[in-house]
Design a protein around this ligand. Structure first.
Ligand code: ATP
Ligand code: MG
Ligand code: MG
Ligand code: MG
Length: 469
């Protein structure tokens, strides 16, 4: 089943259950300074949840573009994470609640008219104190108790505001993906044998300022399912990157780089990272973001630079990312017409940024060759951490390139000195950011939808990250 078919089945199914279909909102949050990016299907609908706006129809469904930069480290390493993905959602604003949402989720997943998963492959997690959800799964749906896992973290809570327990649905991908005797294979473990596909949140409490919880006047439902994950299961492929949402993009990169997918692990990671990042950048630029030195524009700049660096790992030394825009449009245009309509503009923004970065790289190389020569004239075998940091910080030259170049000339780089300089700069800029911004994008409300993983803002990349992009 093609991804576009899954998306339309979702919308048709929920339309049939009386939902109003909302188009995907922009990736750039509207009137919401707490968020850098829309990172969940519910994020653009927040005003309905907290009662500021009353929707015409209390039942809503969508397929929402999302960006989660906190998953950047996972991209290319796990089978299931992207920085840009689509979250399929259905929502009830004070209308239906647990029983309906569980019943419909099961119907959508197991009825052959819709997704048609084998019911024996499905397991769920519930919040340990949520006996009601346990009962619905066990008695109404008929899911055996041993396939209902109780997990403490199944409580969606963003600090002050609506919150509540959730129940998540996992699909067992079978022995090929891990050994059932290994607890890491069970829902919630690190292994991806049980793939988390859908999160159903019962927004039924208010988390008050004083830390107490009181029942909300309205009980809401907020769900999110990963389109790419459904596609990986339904197309019976190894990872999200092997679905029809990614393969044409990866094929195009292979063509440009003259490499093959599924031959060399390091190349595969690079192909996945580039395919991931180009989708993110294309959609963000389509939504009006341009590369800059702060905020969203900085995220885009870093993602592009990161993709260029991974391109180098594939042996591509020229601007090429803009050549992928058309392919992203071919794949996504069926639902997101604007990426096709704005193709030329998006290509131009990306090409200019790539060209600029390539210039940075060649300027950096010229400086570096002077440094190496000076060090060698002085009888030294090492580039100082301070110099490496200056190259990175002032000229945007990535650390690992400095190291590669140094080693080609029989030298090392003082990594500890580089890290220390980075740390000093980080704490300074963090202080400055907090003092001046007045806009909490980091760890703010809804920073990460589940509260389990912390949103990493643009000034909070790890050292490894910072040096590669
Ligand atoms: P995971 O534990 O796999 O990181 P999550 O618990 O962080 O997922 P939720 O916040 O519950 O995810 O989001 C709802 C759904 O959105 C998930 O069940 C999954 O299908 C999808 N999803 C979440 N993050 C990503 C991502 N980075 N890439 C692709 N799909 C995602
Ligand atoms: Mg999870
Ligand atoms: Mg989840
Ligand atoms: Mg996550």
């Amino acid at each position: 089943m093609k991804a576009s078919e899954i998306r339309s089945k979702w919308l048709t199914f929920f339309e049939g259950k009386g939902h109003k279909i909302e188009p995907s909102a922009s990736l750039v949050p509207h009137n919401d300074p707490s968020l850098l990016w829309i990172n969940a299907g519910m994020a653009p609908l927040k005003a309905y949840f907290d009662g500021r706006v009353i929707p015409d129809n209390p039942r809503i469904a969508n397929s929402q573009k999302c960006i989660r930069t906190n998953d950047i480290e996972n991209v290319g390493k796990t089978r299931r994470h992207h920085t840009f993905f689509e979250m399929l959602g259905n929502f009830s604003i004070g209308d239906y609640f647990k029983e309906e949402v569980i019943t419909w989720a099961w119907e959508f997943l197991t009825n052959p008219q819709w997704i048609g998963f084998d019911r024996d492959r499905l397991s769920v997690t519930v919040y340990p104190e949520d006996e009601e959800a346990f009962r619905f799964w066990n008695e109404k749906i008929g899911l055996p108790a041993e396939r209902i896992y109780k997990l403490d973290e199944n409580f969606w809570d963003i600090g002050e505001g609506p919150c509540g327990p959730c129940t998540e649905i996992f699909y067992d991908r079978g022995d090929k993906y891990g050994d059932l005797n290994d607890p890491e294979c069970w829902p919630g473990g690190e292994n991806e044998r049980f793939l988390e596909v859908w999160n159903l949140v019962f927004s039924q409490f208010n988390h008050n300022k004083d830390g107490s919880y009181t029942p909300l006047p309205n009980k809401n439902i907020d769900t999110g399912a990963g389109l790419e994950r459904f596609a990986s299961i339904l197309q019976d492929v190894d990872s999200n990157f092997d679905t029809d949402l990614f393969v044409p993009i990866i094929d195009r990169i292979c063509e440009i780089a003259g490499v093959k997918y599924h031959v060399n692990d390091e190349h595969d990671v690079a192909l996945k990272v580039i395919a991931d990042h180009i989708r993110t950048v294309v959609f963000a630029v389509g939504d009006g973001v341009v590369p800059t030195n702060d905020g969203r524009g900085y995220v885009i700049r870093r993602l592009l630079r990161r993709a260029v660096r991974y391109g180098k790992k594939l042996g591509v030394d020229r601007p090429f990312l803009h050549e992928l825009v058309g392919t992203v449009g071919d794949v996504m245009g069926v639902y997101y017409a604007d990426v096709v309509e704005k193709r030329e503009y998006i290509e131009k923004i990306i090409r200019l940024e790539e060209e600029r970065f390539h210039e940075t790289l060649s300027d950096g190389l010229a400086l570096l060759s002077n440094l190496v020569e000076a060090a060698s004239n002085a009888g030294k075998q090492e580039i100082s951490g301070g110099d490496a940091f200056k190259l990175y910080d002032t000229f945007g030259f990535p650390y690992d390139l400095t190291e590669d170049y140094a080693s080609e000339h029989g030298m090392t780089v003082d990594r500890a000195g580089f890290d220390a300089a980075m740390e000093v700069q980080r704490s300074t800029s963090r202080g400055a950011h907090q003092a001046s911004a007045g806009m909490s994008v980091q760890g703010g409300p809804l920073a990460d939808f589940t509260g389990k993983s912390e949103f990493i803002g643009y000034d909070e990349l790890t050292n490894e990250e910072a040096t590669i992009i």
